[in-house]
Design a protein around this ligand. Structure first.
Ligand code: ADP
Ligand code: MG
Length: 728
């Protein structure tokens, strides 16, 4: 093994940056491989194009004959791009994207061959779904699901395949993917937010949720990656002593991007441009070899697809540059993990950002309405936001003093806190003319148009208002953002419906519209106080304070997923037609299952590494020491020998102790793993993995990491942290 490590290191030292063709203007590549609006106009009749537009805007159905026209246009375009196959491209709950390629090629009755693709092929495809997770929705005898075209997200060509963004549904009609409930949640918030936005502007007919994600990741040289079975099999290093130099100096964050990595980023950006992913920023992150990229924000469904596509692309492009992309939330202990900030907002078809303060009191009242309703939604349903981001890998990151805590709270900054304090003082019921003027001029009127004040930012909050959007920072780097987006949009939609009802009720009872709105908002501020927190989210004090406020601190995935089974949280999805009871239960089951499986795999990898790689290496080194001691004994007299061999003998003892301690812990690990595995109930099984199996990882790791410090570097089998993190 150590040979593999040293050969890999030699290989890395010989690496040169890979040349990348960069066109004069990146913008010229934009959407080159996308069946974009512009391309559609070019390839389709105006009427067919209008159907697609209507489907996008209002969710209208596309008639069969139009689907045929679209399919034919899509085929012509895809063939012109060199495509030979098509696939429905979908996002099953496994967490990656899935494809099943079918050739356009088809034989004719006359014995010839043609390229064929029609409406029914576009609309529906039947991959054998039996191997995708379904949480018991489908019985195995009907182990089939189908994928169906999502016309609201653009089709694209990768290599020689036309990819058609699709939903994935079982034959019983239940969802088996990330996209379907997201689309339903987006429909829900469109309906409810449009109604509320009409209080302020009658012309609004549609509200879209927007998403701008920021993707963090690590890069590791592929040769080094291949020397680490833990990275290969679990995406993270299960073992490894921290390097002498970690991220203490934070010199990486401010440093220039190393050339090999820059070439990778440029190559990725070229590919992103062609596929219509509007990548805008790139930079180093806090930890060594950690980076981030972010696009210009887009409509949420499109943005989610683009993020999934980006994660695929990164992996492909990295191969050309001899890198492996690590999307795991915590690939290395002791250095920062990776997240995926989800910047979220709502925008109208009149071109307004509903979370952006404006030039006049009316615009600001609109802003306050959406702002305070979001706070209220997170106050009432924050726990379900926590479950939305729960995963075995994200557990390593949340609350680890570098990432937001597992406690959900909102940061809004001092300016807006002041505004809420003032609003809370508004009198109940009718307002006097003086009060109205005062409100308009001095409170609502004083919200500055631009709140983007960088000095007033709190990096420790999981859900922060950042000037004209909320930023959900607890999302994991490997997650599909659909889940978080589905939940945020559902709970805010739910809240906006309640708001509308209350305001309309007050208007009916004789209040003016503005009075009614102020009254309801004032009550929301009063009842939502406990979710607002401006202090240091990483501190122990906050944990205590949050407990006093009765905010839940759901530290592990099984704890967080248990929430999904509470009636209150089920209801919010059911009432807003986002998920059915069966779907909620199935998805919960899948997540628990995935958690247990991942911990089980990690346990197996750890046991194997400890037993078959680490212990034998320690024994080899120990034998060397024993030989040395024996030699000393041969040469020197008893007294001198004891003096000279003392250190070696101590070392031999320490190594023995470590070895036996590892052996005991690994046996215990295997036995706890088997016991957990045998538990029938998925919630209890996940809890056993979390409480009984996982804690042993640390015990074993501590001994192994100590051995790493004792054993001769020349024979250590696992590539070390300093080599993984600092070899460029
Ligand atoms: P940071 O300081 O956190 O890096 P930026 O101001 O650079 O933040 O923006 C981060 C992300 O927020 C970008 O991806 C951007 O597109 C996105 N964003 C900006 N405005 C909106 C919005 N209205 N809705 C959703 N995302 C937005
Ligand atoms: Mg950010």
């Amino acid at each position: 093994m150590s040979q593999l490590r040293f050969n890999a290191l030699k290989e890395v030292f010989r690496r040169e940056p890979v040349k990348v063709e960069i066109p004069e203007r990146l913008s010229r590549l934009y959407n080159q491989n996308v069946f974009s609006d512009e391309t559609m106009k070019e390839y389709m009749t105006k009427s067919a194009y209008n159907y697609i537009k209507a489907a996008k805007l209002r969710g209208e159905k596309i008639p069969r004959e139009i689907a045929d026209q679209v399919a034919s246009a899509m085929k012509e375009w895809a063939l012109s791009k060199g495509a030979t196959h098509y696939t429905h491209w979908f996002q099953p709950l496994t967490g990656s994207t899935a494809e099943k390629h079918d050739a356009f090629f088809s034989t004719t009755e006359e014995g010839g061959a043609i390229e064929q693709f029609n409406g029914s092929m576009l609309v529906q495809q039947e991959p054998d779904a039996s191997s995708f997770p379904n949480g018991g929705i489908r019985n195995t005898f009907e182990a089939r699901g189908y994928t169906a075209w999502d016309p609201t997200s653009a089709a694209f060509v990768i290599d020689t395949t036309l990819c058609i963004p699709s939903v994935f549904i079982s034959y019983t009609g239940d969802t088996l993917d990330y996209k379907t409930p997201l689309l339903r949640a987006l429909q829900s918030i469109d309906d409810s937010a449009t109604e509320v936005a009409k209080y302020f502007d009658r012309n609004v007919t549609k509200v879209q949720s927007t998403l701008g994600w920021e993707q963090e990741y690590f890069l590791v040289d592929s040769a080094l990656f291949n020397t680490r079975p833990d990275l290969q099999l679990t995406g993270r290093t299960i073992l490894g002593h921290s390097p002498a130099k970690g991220q203490q100096l934070e010199d990486h964050y401010f440093g220039s991007i190393p050339l090999r990595i820059l070439r990778f980023m440029q190559d990725l950006e070229v590919e992103c441009m062609k596929l219509g992913i509007p990548i805008k920023t790139r930079h180093n992150e806090v930890a060594p070899n950690q980076f981030e990229c972010a696009p210009i924000f887009e409509e949420a469904n499109q943005a989610v697809d683009h993020n999934s596509l980006l994660m695929d692309l990164m992996t492909r492009v990295a191969r050309r540059h001899n890198f492996k992309v690590l999307l795991h939330e915590k690939p290395f202990q002791g250095v920062n993990g990776s997240g995926k900030h989800n910047n979220w907002s709502l925008s109208t078809d009149t071109g307004e950002n509903l979370l952006s303060p404006g030039k006049n009191p009316k615009k600001n009242l609109q802003f306050l309405t959406f702002f305070i309703n979001t706070i209220k939604a997170v106050h009432d349903y924050g726990d379900i936001l926590r479950s939305a981001i729960a995963s075995a890998s994200n557990d390593h990151r949340l609350g680890a003093n570098e990432a937001p805590p597992a406690i959900i709270s909102i940061f809004i900054g001092s300016q807006l806190s002041g505004v809420l304090d003032e609003l809370e003082k508004v009198t109940e019921g009718k307002l006097s003319p003086d009060e109205k003027t005062d409100l308009k001029l001095n409170i609502v009127g004083k919200i500055p148009e631009i709140l983007l004040d960088n000095t007033d930012r709190n990096r420790t909050s999981p859900f922060a208002f950042t000037g004209n959007k909320f930023e959900f920072r607890a999302v994991g780097s490997s997650a599909n953002c659909a889940e978080a987006m589905m939940v945020i949009n559902t709970i805010v939609s739910h809240q906006l419906k309640l708001f509308k009802k209350e305001v309309d009720g007050l208007i009916e009872s004789g209040l003016q519209k503005d009075e009614a709105i102020f009254n309801v908002l004032r009550d929301y501020i009063k009842t939502s106080r406990k979710i607002l927190f401006e202090g240091d989210g990483y501190s122990k004090d906050w944990e205590k304070e949050a407990a006093k406020r009765k905010l839940r601190n759901l530290k592990t995935t099984p704890e967080a997923l248990k929430i999904e089974k509470e009636q209150k949280f089920k209801d919010v999805f059911i009432q807003n037609a986002v998920l059915s009871e069966v779907e909620i239960e199935a998805r919960n089951e899948i997540k628990l299952e995935k958690y247990s499986t991942l911990i089980d795999i990690e346990a197996q990898v750890l046991a194997d590494l400890a037993r078959n790689h680490i212990i034998p290496t320690a024994v080899i080194y120990q034998n060397k020491l024993i030989e040395n001691v024996k030699g000393l004994k041969d040469i020197f007299g008893a007294k001198e020998f004891q003096e000279l061999a003392k250190e070696q003998i101590d070392l031999i003892k320490t190594i023995s102790q470590r070895i036996s301690s590892i052996k005991v812990a690994v046996d215990q690990l295997n036995s706890e793993k088997d016991k957990s595995h045998a538990i029938e109930d998925s919630q209890k099984r996940a809890e056993a993995y979390s409480n009984k199996v996982k804690p042993l990882f640390d015990v074993i790791r501590q001994d192994v990491d100590e051995l790493e410090m004792l054993v001769d570097d020349e024979i250590w089998p696992l590539t070390k942290y300093r080599e993984l993190l600092f070899t460029k």
